[in-house]
Design a protein. Structure first.
Length: 176
């Protein structure tokens, strides 16, 4: 499974072994497999564990799993991006299309540099080429940077809910 490339980034698929090592907090193994990753990488090990289980339960999920946002020029990991599952049918109004829900994190030293926008645009272009017609974002009401990115991507709010882990979330859809 190849990297997704943009001007400055390579969105590198994190292999199963690195997902497992991250979920366990095994920094030495992660560094051996992935190269140097910042401490922020380990901040949400539970996500890596969930994606590991998804991929092992359904090998077709693999390409949609966690990708490291890697600066092409330096190899430095600036964040992560993933789909919460494989594309699946989603009804939006009178239309039914394949949709993915995505999540992303840009690590603190790389924020406000356009890394998130560049990564999300590259990933959505790839997803569209894979037959996906819609992307879903769940964004906390107070997360102004993600809300601003959603606006740049012409996302439309389609609902809201309260997530048991993340609290209140507004749901946005982006047509691909």
């Amino acid at each position: 499974m190849s990297d997704i490339l943009s001007e400055r980034l390579a969105l590198r698929l994190v292999p199963l072994s690195a997902l497992a090592a991250t979920a366990k907090g095994d920094r030495d193994t992660v560094h051996r497999l992935m190269g140097p990753v910042p401490d922020d990488w380990f901040g949400e090990g539970w996500v890596f564990d969930v994606r590991l289980r998804q991929w092992t339960d359904d090998p077709a999920y693999g390409p949609w799993s966690i990708r490291a946002l890697t600066i092409r020029q330096t190899g430095v990991v600036a964040g992560t991006l993933n789909s919460h599952g494989r594309p699946k049918p989603f009804r939006l109004g009178d239309e039914v299309m394949l949709a993915i829900e995505i999540g992303y994190t840009v690590f603190a030293p790389f924020r406000r540099l356009g890394i998130g926008e560049e990564a999300v645009r590259a990933y959505l272009d790839w997803a569209k080429a894979e037959g996906t017609g819609l992307a879903i974002l769940s964004i906390a009401p107070e997360n102004q940077p993600s809300r601003a990115l959603a606006a740049k991507l012409s996302a439309v709010q389609i609902g809201s809910h309260v997530d048991e882990k993340d609290g209140p979330q507004d749901i946005f859809a982006i047509r691909l």
